[in-house]
Write a protein that binds this ligand. Structure first.
Ligand code: NAP
Length: 281
């Protein structure tokens, strides 16, 4: 299979100010001499990171869940002639681990719009710029939850599954254009993703599960970049993601039931409560 050479590329990264996005930007800048156009919502974090990157990062405040902001960013990139070779759709959010019945509409919209619809907006607004590259690529950072839904994350898991299906549709649609499109199936990573909301269980999930089985954002970024360099269309990163993907592929119904059962055995009120509420209906 032909390799993808990341050296000296112009790379657009969403969610560049923290976690995996930040580490991807750092590695691409330092090891591959890339120029990164990065977006996120928090101005101060972006500015601090921009200073750290010494002119190799162009940072813009943007909320990827808003379609109008993609039109503005496309205009800005065009005006400054930042025609990306690689687009990395990385920005993502998770809702509290809870039953679908207890989530607010705002929490649901935020997850669907950030994790799934943003990729649609991105593709519709940035492909015309991407097509100017000799080696165009779109990399979508998804999750092992796209392969095997995780109990208590119904909206997050399904937003990632929808984004996976969208990525696979782009494999078909964009192949004649020569655009390399990849789905990244990440397992647990120690980042700020689980800090965004308060709650005793969320803290326990972060400290008890993610800190035990999660890898660092730096390790994850290196794995993703290795997968891109090999031009993999499906980058399944780490043992947990590999196990979850394999289990679902081998036995979809059993693996979903079994994973819910295992989560329920964990000493966390969250998962027990999800079942309890359902049984009480
Ligand atoms: N951590 C894990 O265990 C894990 C596992 C599998 C997959 N993933 C996926 O990996 C991706 C990165 O997650 P992470 O773990 O690195 O999370 P993180 O540490 O919370 O970082 C998320 C980044 O996205 C930005 N962001 C969030 N919402 C945004 C929005 N609406 N518009 C623009 N930027 C936004 C955040 O900055 P602002 O808040 O300033 O906007 C931040 O820079 C996500 O898609 C996530 O689903 C993570």
């Amino acid at each position: 299979m032909a390799k993808y050479d990341l050296h000296n590329k112009k790379v657009f990264i969403s969610g560049v100010s923290g976690g995996i996005g930040r580490e991807l930007a750092l590695k691409l800048i330092r090891d591959y001499n890339c120029i990164v156009f990065g977006v996120a919502r928090n101005y101060q974090k972006l500015k601090n990171f921009e200073n750290e990157c010494g002119g190799r990062l162009i940072a813009e405040v943007m909320d990827v869940s808003q379609s109008g902001q993609w039109q503005s960013i496309a205009r800005k990139m065009n005006e400054t002639m930042f025609y990306p070779d690689v687009i990395i759709n990385n920005a993502g959010v998770i809702h509290p681990f809870d039953s679908i019945l207890n989530l607010s509409e705002q929490e649901i919209d935020s997850v669907i719009n950030t994790n799934y619809k943003s990729i649609i907006y991105c593709v519709r607004n940035l492909t015309c710029l991407l097509e100017k590259s000799q080696s165009p690529a779109i990399i979508n950072i998804l999750s092992a939850a796209a392969a095997l839904p995780v109990l208590g994350t119904s909206i997050y898991s399904s937003s990632k599954r929808a984004a996976l299906s969208l990525t696979e549709s782009l494999w078909q649609e964009f192949a004649p254009k020569g655009i390399y499109v990849a789905a990244v199936i990440s397992g647990p990573v120690k980042t700020g993703l689980y800090q965004a909301k308060s709650g005793e269980d969320r803290q326990k999930i972060k400290e008890g599960i993610i800190s035990k089985v999660g890898v660092s954002a730096k390790t994850e970024a290196a794995r993703i970049i290795r997968g891109i360099a090999k031009r993999k269309k499906r980058i399944v990163s780490g043992i947990t993601a590999k196990a979850m993907s394999a289990a679902y592929k081998a036995a979809p119904e059993t693996s979903v039931t079994l994973s819910g059962f295992i989560m329920r055995l964990l000493p966390l009120k969250t998962f027990k409560a999800i079942f309890k509420k359902r049984n009480n209906k």
